[in-house]
Design a protein around this ligand. Structure first.
Ligand code: SF4
Length: 338
């Protein structure tokens, strides 16, 4: 069951410089935050409001997530105030987890110890790439080694660790993206988010794009690459919890170029299912009277947008003499033939 996530936006707070692709005010849809940094009182009010909302399941775990900035780059006193504002809810067992996002170079032994003391259990790191040229071209300001060490350190201290990766950054290419995915998987983060780069109005990347020094991925290219990245993590049983930025009217309005789609994740899941189905049906070609079993929850992904997957499989002749069965009890993202 997915946890109830209570978002607290700290857009760009703690960031000592601006990465070339980033504009958190647009990404989080929170334009106000720069002038009005969230107070501990406001954090508590937000948590109370969310806890009052009716929940589908009483047992649903609750997570308070500080989003959109570099939490451990904030002055320690401010970090303490914000975390201590959540701690009473942890003690009352109304909130189960505190999650923060930060940069790899803002993590060390002391910081990890401080987070532990203040009941933080989930840390998301903006890894983006594990190729130094890509990090440098994206003005990330940290090294590949720092990213790898930060994941190892946090894992070693018992945190649940998330890694945010991007594809389509300046100086990036398919080989670098796939190498990043494989190296990240070797570090065994608990979950991953994959974000294809969008050119957002007001970001440094917009200037590069307008000067014709940066070419974004096409939508089809981003879907294919994200699908290949996801397969690396699927193979290692590492959950990919997000594919593409959360869509919003504000984001759609501010995207200047790049592979934006309001349901990007579904496009990737549909492609993934298509590739799995094609592979399994090709290996079974020649066998008569087959039943293809798909999870009922995957029906629309199996069909693909505008039935594209069905049309492709039909053109390849792979659906001849095949009856497709959608099973309620089947695990998602599985394809079986019998
Ligand atoms: S990507 Fe992260 S570190 Fe860079 S500017 Fe955005 S929020 Fe700050």
């Amino acid at each position: 069951m997915k946890p109830l996530v209570i978002p607290i936006f700290i857009s760009h707070q703690g960031c000592r410089h601006r990465c070339i692709f980033c504009d958190q005010y647009t990404i989080t849809g929170n334009a106000r935050v720069e002038s009005e940094p969230v107070t501990p009182e406001a954090v508590q009010t937000t948590i109370r409001l969310w806890l009052q909302r009716p929940r589908k399941e009483k047992k649903q775990r609750v997570q308070v997530a500080f989003y959109g900035g570099s939490f451990t780059g904030l002055p320690q006193q401010r970090q303490r105030e914000l975390l201590e504002s959540v701690n009473p809810f942890i003690r009352n067992k109304e909130v189960d987890f505190i999650r923060i996002s930060t940069r790899p170079d803002y993590i060390d032994e002391t910081i990890a110890g401080f987070l532990k003391e203040h009941s933080v259990s989930i840390v998301e790191l903006g890894i983006q790439s594990l190729h130094q040229d890509v990090l440098d071209a994206s003005i990330r300001g940290h090294s590949v080694l720092q990213a790898q060490e930060a994941i190892k350190l946090l894992k070693g201290k018992g945190f649940i660790v998330g890694a945010q990766l991007m594809c389509g950054l300046p100086a990036d290419n398919c080989a670098r993206v796939m190498a990043t995915a494989r190296k990240t998987a070797e570090l065994e983060p608990d979950f991953v988010r994959i974000y294809p780069v969008l050119v957002i109005k007001g970001s440094g990347l917009e200037k590069l794009y307008r000067d014709r020094k940066y070419k974004p991925l096409s939508l089809a290219g981003a879907v294919a690459l994200s699908c290949r990245m996801k397969a690396v993590f699927d193979e290692q049983n590492i959950r990919v919890v997000r594919l593409g930025l959360q869509s919003s009217a504000e984001l759609a309005e501010k995207v200047v170029a790049g592979p934006y789609h309001p349901a990007f994740g579904e496009l990737v899941i549909a492609r993934n299912l298509y590739k799995k189905t094609r592979k399994i049906l090709q290996s079974e070609q020649g066998r008569q009277g087959k039943y293809l079993h798909i999870a009922a929850a995957d029906e629309s992904a199996f069909r693909g947008p505008d039935n594209t997957n069905i049309k492709r499989l039909t053109v390849l002749g792979l659906l001849e003499n095949v009856e497709v069965v959608f099973n309620k009890d089947q695990a998602r993202n599985t394809v079986l033939v019998c």
